[in-house]
Ligand binder design. Sequence first.
Ligand code: ATP
Length: 240
Amino acid sequence: MSLLDVSGLSAGYGKISVLHEVGLTVDDREIVAVVGPNGAGKSTLVQAIMQLLKDASGSVVVNATECGGRRTSELSRLGVGYVPQGGNTFPDLSIEENLRVAVRGSASVAAERGLRRAYERFPVLGERRHQSASTLSGGERQMLAVAAAMAIEPYLLILDEPTTGLAPTIVQSLSESIRAYRDGGAGILWVVEENPLQILKHSDRVYLMQGGVMRRETSAAAMLADEGLRELFFGLDHTA
Ligand SMILES: Nc1ncnc2c1ncn2[C@@H]1O[C@H](COP(=O)(O)OP(=O)(O)OP(=O)(O)O)[C@@H](O)[C@H]1O
């Protein structure tokens, strides 16, 4: 059984139906990218997986546990880390305080380990740990959001466009950190908006989403090697 197994997931906003019977899987040690044009429903999908939308139907199973109807905080206890679109840092708190918020539910030994690991993964955060998060650049704030999500050492990490709008060097460094996290055994669901070809070099599998449905799934290597598939995946918009 996969680490994350989504099937028949439908959701929307009030009367607006956005996701239609979507399915996907993520295994251990796997980075799965979701690509698709603006408005395809990628963020809606991750919000539905995180149980943030009312009236979603279908099944979301994490580590053999059905998550439908659970609170988002319970998913965190089940080992799911989540970085929403735009990150979720607290600008009025210091970098260290932001990380302490992330690990507040952990026992003190695990919390200290989480902070130590965050500074090992992202040394720039360690150097500036006592500075206010408001002094960070956009890229560094995204780094902090990812570091905070990783600090509880989730088995499954769900990232909604963590690299959008960032400079290429930061995209590269964040991508390497995410890949190293996968190499430690985790599964990663990565919603991609900008520079999909660059991100797919770090991915194992990729799903194409359009109009609230999954159109296609393939290995990232096959997609990168096949012009026809690239055309199918990225001919839909011009962000590739
Ligand atoms: N809070 C909301 N209320 C109503 N409709 C929404 C809401 N959020 C998103 N939508 C609509 O749902 C559809 C899918 O949006 P979603 O944000 O999931 O797409 P996306 O693939 O993540 O694209 P983008 O990267 O542009 O956000 C769009 O038509 C959008 O307008």
